[in-house]
Ligand binder design. Structure first.
Ligand code: SF4
Ligand code: SF4
Length: 353
């Protein structure tokens, strides 16, 4: 039976994190000596670690130290929302870690075609790096809420493997259907097949994440070889009344196996605030939901007084549903697919749902 290691870690102290990880990786039986390793943190956008938008560099520092002491050749990479990987690494505080451990950076700018017969209606996927080019992939998500999918955890984090030019296409293909998007996320995760997922929940985010929510000191870290069970466990810990789309689809397709939990300290998450988008759409039952989806899913709305006219929302909108009038974004709700990429990427929190 697979195992989840979960621990109470109050602060980003590299030695304390390293101690937890060394024991945890040993507990789950991960072999990691002399390997070519890819670290895949959440590098959504170029923001400092205290904003809790990206995986904290102290976690990557601790992992890198362990791997280097075991003669590994270590790469780090992700495909951010709209900035370059190099820029996000710099702004998210990774410069010291990269030079200290002599990490190699993968810019996720290759074009790797993968064919996969999974649970989504699609079979062809274009990735920014080849997961099969590494002996070991370490998936390092941040524990955050997510306006479209409820939470972003281990399975969702591997969406970053999709080539940057193709991310919008996947949002467009799924449209307003979160179940289809969840199945796409699951297929991508299974193509990437990380060897271990290490969840950074020391600080995280709730409310209208993954960029503009509330920063929270959850004080937890999790380790598992299987991101499906780790995501399942975190949703249980938060105390949700229904499974979120990714876990729901994973359960339907028998991808959530039985698991053991090894807990260190007393890890708990209290009063987790889910995104406001869940208040309406999520509680509409089955078939009715399909019909009413267009009416009930919340629309993105502008807070004009905060908007600085940077046009990032327009650049990231997969549906071309944002135009500018007098330097102010205007939404075309007939085109809008309610993916909330605009809300996710607005650097000023000027888009609400
Ligand atoms: S990304 Fe935000 S600040 Fe920039 S134009 Fe759009 S709404 Fe305004
Ligand atoms: S306007 Fe915003 S929510 Fe609507 S499709 Fe564009 S990015 Fe997605």
């Amino acid at each position: 039976m697979e195992r989840i290691i979960i621990g109470k870690i109050e602060a980003y102290q590299v030695n304390r994190i390293r101690e937890f990880l060394e024991k945890g990786l040993d507990d789950i039986g991960l072999e990691y000596s002399n390997k070519k390793v890819l670290l895949k943190p959440n590098l959504l956008s170029g923001n400092p670690p205290e904003k809790a938008i990206t995986t904290h560099p102290a976690v990557v520092d601790a992992i890198s130290g362990i791997l280097k002491d075991h003669s590994c050749d270590v790469y780090i990479g992700d495909s951010p929302g709209y900035e370059s990987t190099a820029r996000v690494l710099k702004k998210a505080g990774y410069t010291g870690v990269i030079s200290r451990h002599n990490l190699k950076v993968s810019l996720f700018d290759k074009k790797i075609e993968k064919r996969y017969d999974g649970i989504s209606p699609y079979r062809e996927f274009l990735l920014g790096d080849d997961p099969d080019g590494y002996d070991l992939i370490i998936n390092i998500p941040k524990l955050k809420s997510h306006t479209m999918m409820g939470l972003t955890l281990g399975v969702k984090n591997t969406f970053g493997f999709i080539h940057r030019l193709e991310k919008a296409k996947w949002h467009l293909r799924a449209g307003k259907d979160r179940e289809i998007f969840a199945r796409v996320l699951i297929d991508i995760h299974r193509i990437v097949h990380p060897d271990v997922t290490i969840l950074d929940g020391i600080t995280g985010m709730d409310g209208d994440g993954p960029s503009n929510g509330r920063v929270r000191d959850f004080g937890i870290m999790g380790i598992s070889k299987d991101a499906f069970i780790l995501d399942h466990y975190i949703e249980r810990m938060i105390g949700l009344s229904q499974w979120l789309p990714v876990t729901n689809e994973a359960l339907r397709n028998a991808l959530v196996k039985e698991y053991d939990i090894v807990a260190h300290g007393n890890p708990e998450i209290d009063d987790f605030l889910m995104p406001q988008s869940m208040a309406t759409d999520w509680n509409i039952p089955g078939r009715i939901k399909g019909f009413l989806r267009g009416f009930f899913i919340k629309k993105p709305r502008l807070k004009k007084d905060i908007c600085e006219g940077c046009r990032i929302c327009m650049k990231v909108c997969p549906a071309n549903a944002i135009n500018f009038t007098d330097n102010i974004p205007v939404f075309d709700y007939n085109k809008c697919i309610r993916c909330y990429c605009c809300q996710e990427m607005c650097p000023n929190g000027a888009i609400k749902v």
